[in-house]
Design a protein around this ligand. Structure first.
Ligand SMILES: [Zn+2]
Length: 305
């Protein structure tokens, strides 16, 4: 389904929009747009207001919150042509050799709080002080989030968190899916590693941005998980460390185990209901404290001293 058609349905079901108002959200009418994946860039140009459909799905995120986040299209679009949004927020002048942190929300589209809480932390960052160099992408699976019913997988039915190029992916990921998950459609790893535009964007961002640590937010298991060479966090807010598991093709396995870039997986306790405001802030404060104490300042800064 084309994103523009789908988003119209989302909007029509949630908000008081007239057909004219809906049409005015898009530069081009849906029927004028090609359906092939290769043209999803052209289709994405039709999206002029991405915040409106997003906030209809994100608990406790207002239109103003979304616009104030200053997210921008990365130039890479989801399969359905919705822009993957991100922004960088550099550390302030008191932290000239700051750690680079990549913060990702919503790799599973039906975990709405995992995207929404990133907007709340961005508000905190914008109030400052900013201790780390942040690269932030709160909604890396927009098609899953904006589906008629939010769903874990992307528009092509791929679990993006099983689509990263861990060694032996071709041998292990499809076999694990068949044998252990019994071909659970919610956990389909895809036909090849980084076969999806969304997982490829994350993969290429890791290659180019070279984060020192990755924070990936999920729900609803209510725990912390960790992959990487460092000591794991013991507690962020009420969330305590408890291994969820290592899977062929997962981001934690790919980045934390095989690339030695630590990945903290935050599993919020509920996929649709946000934690209380105080808990959102406690997780944020504890996360920064753990990064400060456990992530070694990168060599690139040591050389400059
Ligand atoms: Zn998840």
């Amino acid at each position: 389904m084309q994103w523009s058609l789908l988003s119209s349905r989302v909007l029509a079901s949630c908000c008081k929009f007239t057909p004219f108002m809906l049409a005015s959200l898009f530069v081009l009418p849906a029927q004028a747009l090609p359906a092939a994946q290769s043209n999803n860039t052209a289709r994405a140009k039709a999206v002029t207001d991405w915040c409106t459909p997003l906030v209809a799905r994100l608990p406790k995120v207002s239109l103003n919150d979304c616009r104030a986040s200053l997210l921008k299209p990365t130039g890479i679009n989801s399969f359905n042509g919705f822009p993957i949004l991100s922004r960088e927020l550099p550390a302030d002048a008191r932290h000239p050799h700051a750690i680079k942190a990549l913060l990702i929300g919503g790799i599973h589209g039906d975990e709405q709080t995992a995207s929404a809480i990133v907007f709340k932390w961005m508000e905190s960052m914008q109030k400052g002080p900013v201790e780390f160099n942040w690269k932030i992408a709160p909604i890396v699976n927009p098609d899953g989030l904006l589906a008629k019913q939010p769903r874990r997988v992307n528009a092509r039915g791929v679990d993006l968190n099983r689509n990263f190029p861990t060694p032996e992916w071709q041998k292990e990921a499809p076999a694990y899916w068949a044998r252990v998950t019994r071909k659970d459609p919610r956990r389909y790893p895809g036909k090849a590693p980084v076969s999806e535009p969304e997982s490829r964007w994350i993969y290429e961002t890791i290659e180019k941005y070279k984060p020192d640590v990755i924070i990936s937010v999920h729900a609803p298991f209510g725990v912390l998980d960790f992959d990487g060479p460092n000591d794991p966090p013991s507690r962020f807010g009420r969330l305590v460390y408890n291994r969820v598991g290592v899977y062929p093709g997962s981001l934690g396995n790919y980045s934390g185990v095989h690339k030695d870039i630590p990945v903290v997986t935050i599993e919020l306790p509920n996929a649709t209901q946000m934690p209380p405001e105080a808990e959102i802030q406690r997780i944020w404060v504890d996360m920064q404290k753990w990064i400060r104490q456990n992530i070694t300042p990168p060599v690139r800064t040591a050389n400059r001293r």
